[in-house]
Write a protein that binds this ligand. Structure first.
Ligand SMILES: C[S@@+](CC[C@H](N)C(=O)[O-])C[C@H]1O[C@@H](n2cnc3c(N)ncnc32)[C@H](O)[C@@H]1O
Length: 235
């Protein structure tokens, strides 16, 4: 990924962010979170995993009738999430999103909000979420990505390094994270904040294992590839 971020760095940074995180990010992220919650379409009794739940801002937009498993690396962020957990069926626990302590196919849905750009290896975190997702389940992502058609210029690289010191990497491409995920359909990929650099995405996992021929983003065909729009129009 070309990222200098690691778990120790994230632990330090998010301990510092924890007292002010909601004040800084609650209002600006509201629209994206609401859209993500709508795309998740949680039904009563379903189980939702939220890796990197942070201070739990997503809980404000999710129904109380579901079971939530929220993991995060940072005890300081989790302490803030606990304050939003009253009246819910929720487990909040220290957990590395890249290495989930959960069985295969054990949840109905997974929500990744502003986390795939933060963990050292976003692709590993997405693979883990996909592993624990049941067949027929869905993943919703709200995050920023490097536009598919944008070159990673030296200037962007430098800016990325600076932003990484604040605890997030703006230079990850969605297509890199999705590569190799089996049984995947990208059913929504919508622009959100900052001219579409932030996006809300829904991924659906096939209900049964099927061998599909899908068109990949450079126009060829390949088995089991993510169903990108032709021409790489993910941006
Ligand atoms: C930008 S915040 C997003 C928090 C929350 N998802 C939200 O939408 O507000 C990133 C979160 O990822 C957590 N984090 C960083 N590395 C992680 C890892 N390897 N596993 C789990 N959580 C991690 C941080 O502690 C922080 O709470």
């Amino acid at each position: 990924m070309g990222s200098s971020m690691d778990n120790q760095h994230n632990l330090r940074i998010y301990r510092l962010w924890s007292p002010v995180y909601d004040r800084v990010f609650k209002a600006i992220s509201r629209g994206g979170r609401q859209r993500a919650a709508a795309l998740l379409d949680m039904q009563p009794g379903e189980t939702l995993l939220i890796p990197g739940i942070g201070t739990g801002l997503d809980l404000l937009y999710l129904p109380a009738s579901i079971t939530v498993i929220g993991g995060d690396l940072s005890p300081a962020m989790l302490a803030k999430a606990r304050a939003k957990a009253a009246g819910r069926d929720i487990t909040l626990t220290e957990m590395d999103a890249q290495n989930l302590d959960l069985p295969d196919a054990s949840v109905d849905a997974v929500l990744f909000t502003l986390i795939l750009s933060v963990v050292p290896d976003g692709a590993a975190a997405l693979r883990e979420g996909w592993r624990v997702l049941r067949p027929g389940g869905r993943v919703v992502i709200f995050d920023k990505f490097l536009p598919e058609n944008a070159a990673l210029t030296p200037a962007r690289r430098l800016l990325g390094r600076l932003i990484q010191t604040l605890g997030t990497d703006p230079n990850r491409r969605l297509s890199d994270l999705l590569r190799g995920l089996p049984e995947l359909t990208v059913s929504h990929n919508e622009a959100s904040l900052f001219g579409g650099q932030y996006r809300v995405i829904r991924l659906d996992k096939a209900a049964t294992k099927v061998q599909r021929l899908t068109i990949n983003r450079i126009g060829g065909t390949q088995q089991g590839a993510p169903t990108f729009p032709v021409g790489g129009a993910i941006t």
